[in-house]
Write a new protein. Structure first.
Length: 690
């Protein structure tokens, strides 16, 4: 029988940035449980608002059948000499309520037994199963900051206050996580008669929408916010740049979104756009509005209210008042900070500790300056601009503006630098050297910017490794080392920098004084970076064995690693690569069995057979061609050149014995094979591709 199952978990205000993840994990845990218990269903839906997460399973098959198996007497004891069932057999079939004709046989360990199996309707246990699955699905939601709120020793992101559990119109009675299940839903907090009695599971979430002022469907709520916001903005000739992360957060803050249009004091548009947008969107959770013609930021903004008020003007005025107040503070700091020459803030950095064992931020900028000077030989950035930017890049940390709005570091530094006459290159680098801040963030493309960004991030990464702050496990990464490493890799690859990453790490390490075990630290850094490179290419859907085949070759330039992985991936499913792998495998299997010391070079006077001559001639030709291709990093063409060795090598193995009576000829042939193997190893470790 198909039924509808509903579970709604009523919770105190959930953190908006993790609401969707919590709800989706709830659903995936339930799906896992259904599959594990072999329970069929048509659809499973998730719902989420700040005060609830819910799962609704439609057309749930509640007829659980279980196969029961019964083993009876052994065949030797089951029948008498006339072939009739013995007393023990008769008792067994009577107990099961079956006839002898329904019985079959089973063979175990060279012995036969009577055997009977049947399917048993186990539908009465569906409610018990649903309770077990619900408990599992809730308790296995991973949350970053959990808390306890009752005597049941249960932990969750926020206190759980209510649990609704219905199978069609029947309440599944139980005590889950210390709370008795019921059929009571809670309307919007501003509705006086707050409780709805749910009669049937299929009424959810429609009943909340119609009489509860709650849009429980997260996607519908999100779309409503976006569409209505865009519509209202169009009426004033504006447009929105809606970031999905902000839209998701606002969706997670409201249950009944109402879109309102407001505007702040136009004089505040003189402040930096980045600051205005940060306050409007990140702090106040509104949408900034841009002009359709000029594409400039306007003094209008969109409020998403959680109440359908009879007097929306009061809501608008309240939000405008808060925004104008924050802008007023920002304007005060902006004017005050600019009275001090930007360079004067640098000496104040001596009073701010970067990390207890790594000195002050002033000392960090000196290390950045030294490292960026070395980096410019690879980035070809202007050295004077790089040194100037290194000196000033952290100065805005000492300003009142950044003290009040820490997220504005870099942006404010750029504006202050320009105000005090610094070049655009230097100012831009001050802003962009923090990029990329996240995995979705852009990478700086200006040479001065990415030179400074690289120096800053390398110095931080190396510094933390030198003092043993390099522990990362699971989701824990207190110093954001993974983010740092991935940012470094992205900067190098995006800007196609031909820089030896491990020489760069070593250069940074040498700037630190009195560091012991430098070799061990450098080894740890290399492994850490390689692990992050592997992670990046896995995310790009490259085959693990392909990535490993390149990373195990001790290549120190990321551009080289990138080109090799992509070249092998491009022909991974081709016959050419399969035959290349076969060729390498045959050669390697011969060389592995040989312990002899080989010649440094092939001795041409020992070449006797035509098959050898063909390989030698081809080998010389290929070596000359791929020497040019290596410079250009044309690894796909190199692989195709190596493919030309397949047939000659096959002919060689088919017609010639390596183990010649003449020991010198044998060693010469092994040397030839070793030369071919080395050509393969110049691209990747093909043994990992087997």
């Amino acid at each position: 029988m198909n039924k509808t199952f509903l579970i709604e978990v009523g919770i105190e205000e959930l953190p908006p940035k993790s609401l969707r993840t919590i709800a989706e994990t709830f659903q995936s845990n339930m799906v896992h449980s259904l599959i594990k218990n072999n329970i069929k269903y048509k659809t499973i839906l998730w719902f989420a608002t700040p005060r609830r997460i819910a799962i609704k399973i439609e057309k749930l098959n509640t007829n659980i059948t279980k196969i029961k198996k019964y083993k009876g007497p052994s065949i030797t004891n089951a029948f008498n000499h006339l072939g009739y069932p013995t007393k023990s057999t008769q008792c067994w079939i009577k107990k099961l309520g079956i006839t002898i004709n329904q019985v079959s046989r089973i063979k175990e360990k060279n012995k036969e037994w009577l055997y009977y199996e049947c399917s048993v309707d186990n539908s009465q246990t569906i409610e018990k199963k649903l309770i077990e699955m619900s408990i599992f699905s809730i308790t296995h939601i991973s949350v970053s900051n959990s808390m306890k709120w009752n005597t049941e020793n249960i932990q969750f992101s926020r206190p759980i206050r209510n649990i609704v559990m219905l199978l069609d119109n029947k309440l599944i009675k139980d005590k889950i996580l210390g709370i008795k299940t019921n059929r009571l839903l809670f309307r919007h907090t501003l509705i006086q008669e707050n409780i709805i009695r749910l009669s049937h599971a299929h009424e959810y979430p429609t009943i909340l929408l119609k009489s509860g002022k709650i849009i429980a469907d997260y996607t519908i709520r999100k779309n409503k916010i976006q569409v209505e916001s865009e519509n209202i903005v169009n009426t004033i000739g504006g447009y929105l740049k809606i970031r999905n992360i902000l839209l998701e957060e606002i969706t997670s803050l409201v249950e009944w979104p109402v879109v309102l249009l407001a505007n702040f004091n136009e004089t505040f548009l003189s402040l930096p756009n980045e600051l205005l947008i940060h306050i409007i969107e990140n702090q106040q959770k509104h949408f900034a509005i841009y002009d359709q013609n000029s594409h400039k930021l306007t003094n209008n903004f969109v409020i998403i209210s959680n109440i359908d008020s009879k007097c929306p003007k009061n809501i608008i005025l309240g939000n405008v008042r808060v925004l104008n107040s924050k802008f007023s503070d920002a304007k005060f700091f902006f004017k005050k900070d600019q009275k001090i020459p930007f360079n004067n803030y640098r000496s104040l950095l001596k009073n701010v500790i970067f990390q207890t064992s790594l000195g002050s931020i002033f000392e960090k900028t000196n290390r950045i300056k030294e490292l960026v000077t070395w980096i410019t030989q690879f980035t070809h950035a202007d050295i004077k601009d790089c040194i100037r930017a290194a000196n000033l890049c952290k100065c805005d940390l000492m300003t009142d503006m950044v003290f009040e709005f820490p997220e504005m570091q870099g942006y404010i530094g750029m504006y202050y630098a320009l105000h005090h006459g610094e070049s655009k290159n230097v100012a831009k680098a001050i802003k962009e050297h923090y990029l990329p801040r996240t995995s979705q963030d852009i990478v700086p493309l200006n040479p001065v910017s990415y030179s400074l960004a690289l120096a800053d991030k390398i110095d931080t990464l190396v510094g933390l490794f030198t003092i043993g702050k390099n522990s990362t496990s699971g989701d824990k990464d207190p110093f954001s080392l993974r983010r740092l490493a991935i940012a470094i890799i992205r900067i190098i690859l995006t800007n196609k920098l031909s820089i030896d990453l491990f020489k760069l790490l070593n250069q940074s390490l040498n700037i630190y004084n009195n560091i012991e075990n430098k070799t061990l630290i450098l080894k740890s850094l290399k492994k850490f970076i390689l692990d992050k490179i592997y992670f990046i290419y896995i995310k790009q859907k490259h085959i693990p064995s392909v990535i490993k085949s390149v990373l195990t070759c001790n290549i120190t330039q990321l551009l080289d690693i990138d080109a090799r992985i992509k070249a092998i991936s491009d022909i991974y499913h081709s016959d050419a690569l399969k035959l290349l792998i076969l060729t390498h495998k045959r050669i390697s299997s011969i060389l592995i069995l040989s312990n002899e010391v080989l010649y440094e070079e092939i001795k041409y006077e020992l070449i006797k057979k035509q098959e050898e001559k063909i390989i030698i001639s081809l080998l010389e030709s290929i070596q000359n061609k791929i020497q040019v291709l290596f410079v250009k990093k044309e690894y796909k063409l190199i692989l195709l050149e190596l493919y030309n060795l397949y047939k000659p090598v096959c002919d060689f193995f088919n017609n010639i014995k390596i183990q010649d009576k003449n020991y010198s000829i044998k060693i010469n042939r092994l040397t030839m094979l070793k030369k071919i193997q080395n050509l393969f190893l110049n691209v990747a470790n093909f043994s990992i591709l087997y």
